[in-house]
Design a protein. Sequence first.
Length: 449
Amino acid sequence: MRDTNFLAENNAKQIWHPMAHPADMRANPPRVVMEGQGAHVTDLEGRTVLDAVGGLWNVNLGYSCEPVKAAIAAQLDMLPYYSGFRGTSTGPSIELAWELTQWFEPEGMARAFFTSGGSDSVESALRLARQYWKIRRQGDRTKFLALKKGYHGTHFGGASVNGNANFRRNYEPLLPGVYHIPAPYTYRNPFDETDPQKLARLCANALEDEIAFQGADTIAAFIMEPVLGAGGVIVPHESFMPLVRDICDRHEILLIADEVVTGFGRTGAWSGSRLSNVKPDMMTIAKAITSGYFPLGATLISGAVAEVFEADKSSFGSIGHGYTYSGHPVGCAAGVAALAETRRLKVNENAAARGLELATALEDLKAKHDLVGDVRYKGLMAALELVSDRSTKKPADKGVMKRVSDAAYEAGVMLRVSGSNIILSPPLILTAEEVQTIGEALDAGLATV
Ligand code: PMP
C-alpha cells in the first residue's frame, strides 16, 4: 500500500462515499481506519479507539477472529470462485446453507438463497414474494407494506419499502404499490401514545386498516425489522410482531423479517423474530453472517413457502433471479467459520449481559444530560436521541452531533451519528470494562455541549 501521506492527501478526493455529500467529505475528510484488533480500531494518525459501531453493525466477532481469517485463506487457496448458477455449486455454499437452516430451524427456515449483502437479500425477498403469488395464481398480489422509519437497504425495491424520507426523495419515482404504516416508536408517534404495548396495538390496527383499504388480495408481503436499526433503534413492544404475524395470517400476507442487523445475536437472541417466537415466511440476513469479513447475505425461505415453489410444475416456479456472487465459496467458507465461532463464544448471551450494563449506563446519561431526549436499547444495539429542548423534542442539530462524537473519539470511542441519533452497535465480544469505557466517552462527549 502507498504511504500514509498519499492516503491523507487523496482521502475523499476520488471516492464518493455512501450516505454522504461528496463536497462535505472533501471539506471534512473521513477518518481512515487502518487496523483492527479485538473491539478496537486504529486510524491513519496511529490513534487506537474502541469501536462502538462494530464496523457497521456487523463485526460481531471483533477484528481478530483467527478462524474466520484462516477459513478465508484456505478457501482462496483451494478455489477462489465458482458460480452457483444452474449446473454448478461449491462445497462451502452447500455447507453454509445446511448450517443456516439448522440455525434458523426455530423460525421455520428451510431454504437459503445466497446474495452479496443486505440490500440484495431484501431485493431477493421482495421478488420471491411476488413470484410466490404468481405460482399460486394470485398475480394481483403485488403490493408491499412496510413500517415508517424502517430501513431495508438501497436497491430500488429496498428503497421503496424504506420508511425514511431521506433515502427516497432523490431517487423517486420508486416502486409503485408500496404503503407505509406508523412504526411503534414511543418517543414520537402520530397517536401521542407513550405506552409501548398500547402503541403496538395502535400500529397493528393501522396495518389492518391499510390492508382493508388496499384489499388483502392485492398485497404480496409485509416487511419489517424486528428491532428497527438505522431508523434509530426503535424497539417494538414484544406483542407487536405476534400481532403482525396474526394479521398477516388472517389475510394470507407473507411476513418478511429483515434480520440483516438483528440476526446472529445482536439483540441477545439468535434472531429478532425469536425474541417473540414469531415464525416469518422469509428472513433476510447479511452483515454478521461473516462478521463483516466478506460481503455475503442470504434470503431464507420457510418450508411452506418453499413447498409452493418446489411443487410447481409450470415455468412460474423457476427462479429467474440471482447474482454472480450468489453462494461465493470464499464468503460461504467465511460464513461457516464465523457461525462456528458465534456459537462457540455464545455471543448472544454476552450481548444480553453486556446490553443490560450498557442500558444502565445510558439511563444514567439520560438522567444527567438534558441533551438526551430518549434512550433505546435491546442487547447490544442502542441509540441515544439528542434534542435541543426536552419539552419540544426539537432534534439536536448537526453541529451538536459532531461535537459530541468528536469529543467521544478524543475520549477513545468511535460512535456513529445518524440524524439526531447516536447509534451504538459494538462487537458482541465486548467486555464489561469496555461497556464502561463507552459510557465514560459518551459522558465526556455530552458534557461538551
Ligand atoms: N436491511 C437492514 C435492516 C439493514 O440495516 C441494512 C444495512 N444497514 C440493509 C438491509 C442493507 O444491507 P447492505 O448495506 O448490506 O446492502
